[in-house]
Design a protein around this ligand. Structure first.
Ligand SMILES: NC(=O)c1ccc[n+]([C@@H]2O[C@H](COP(=O)([O-])OP(=O)(O)OC[C@H]3O[C@@H](n4cnc5c(N)ncnc54)[C@H](OP(=O)(O)O)[C@@H]3O)[C@@H](O)[C@H]2O)c1
Length: 254
């Protein structure tokens, strides 16, 4: 594993859900963790919960939409060995009544927020000539799913970005990993009223991600059966996948 006593992980969206679980699990195995998120109260709560790790954990309030703030944060620390670009939002969208502000916010946080953080921290990683960057996409990035018209395209964009960026970063010893989870039980998914197949707890998801950091796989996707099923759907002819998904999700709003 890439961990020695000085190994540093920077995680965005660290105050809750998958980001909080990743912070906790990485602290447990010896990483120093810098956790970033935008809400001060959530940062305070996170600091309290991780208090027993002492100065191994630093919680920082910054919005991933603000490149300048992220650059100021990056200036204060060494280049991370592990950069996890995880901050994200999800709101269901009804396409017969679209609200442009919801689309813009998804793009600004989920897509441009990742690029901002990447830009802010990359320089020092390039100098170090090593490190892993995890980009948090989703199975929703593989194919358009009901109510995901604002969320899904941002995750598809991250997939495309990661695929492109890895050609350039390889020669610097930096590995890009695309992470595409299925359903994880977090505040984001708590708004879903429908059955979520293969729902995992965040600590289980975090352990899977960490276990796969040094694997040769470009994409980390889980849980196994649900992700394979969705991958299969994504390569089927559209006429078939459309029928399967629409009949399987017809009652989700009820
Ligand atoms: N849960 C799932 O089933 C699932 C599945 C696939 C992919 N994912 C992806 O995994 C990531 C984490 O999801 P989650 O379910 O753990 O979400 P979550 O529980 O809602 O947590 C989201 C985190 O992002 C932070 N955040 C939101 N907007 C931010 C901003 N503008 N600047 C900085 N931080 C911001 C939040 O903190 P603040 O509010 O303090 O900013 C929070 O810490 C997301 O990218 C999500 O799309 C989740």
């Amino acid at each position: 594993m890439i961990v020695n006593k000085d190994s540093l992980a920077v995680i965005t969206g660290a105050s809750e859900g998958i980001g909080f679980a990743l912070s906790t699990e990485l602290l447990k195995i010896g990483f120093q963790v810098i956790g970033i998120s935008s809400n001060k109260n959530k940062i305070l709560r996170m600091k309290k919960k991780l208090n027993h790790f002492g100065n191994k954990f630093t919680g920082i309030c910054a919005d991933v939409r603000n490149l300048k703030d992220l650059q100021l944060v990056a200036k204060k620390f060494d280049g991370p060995d592990l950069l996890i670009l995880n901050a994200g939002i999800y709101s269901p969208v009804y396409c017969e009544n679209p609200d442009i502000e919801i689309f813009k916010k998804h793009n600004e946080v989920n897509y441009l927020g990742v690029i901002n953080t990447y830009v802010a921290f990359l320089k020092k990683m390039l100098t170090k000539k090593k490190g892993i960057i995890v980009i948090m996409s989703s199975i929703s990035g593989w194919l358009g799913l009901p109510k995901a018209a604002a969320y899904g395209p941002t995750k598809a964009a991250l997939r495309s970005f990661s695929q492109s960026a890895r050609y350039d970063l390889e020669k610097y010893g930096i590995t890009i990993k695309l992470c595409s989870p299925g359903f994880v039980n977090t505040p984001a998914t708590s708004q879903n009223k429908f059955y979520m197949p293969g729902l995992l707890e965040p600590d289980v998801a975090a352990k899977i991600i960490i276990k796969n950091l040094e694997s040769k796989k470009f994409e980390i996707s889980f849980p196994f059966f649900f992700s394979y099923f969705m991958k299969f759907l994504s390569i089927l002819p559209d006429m078939i996948s459309y029928k399967i998904i629409s009949s399987g999700t017809r009652n989700n709003d009820k």
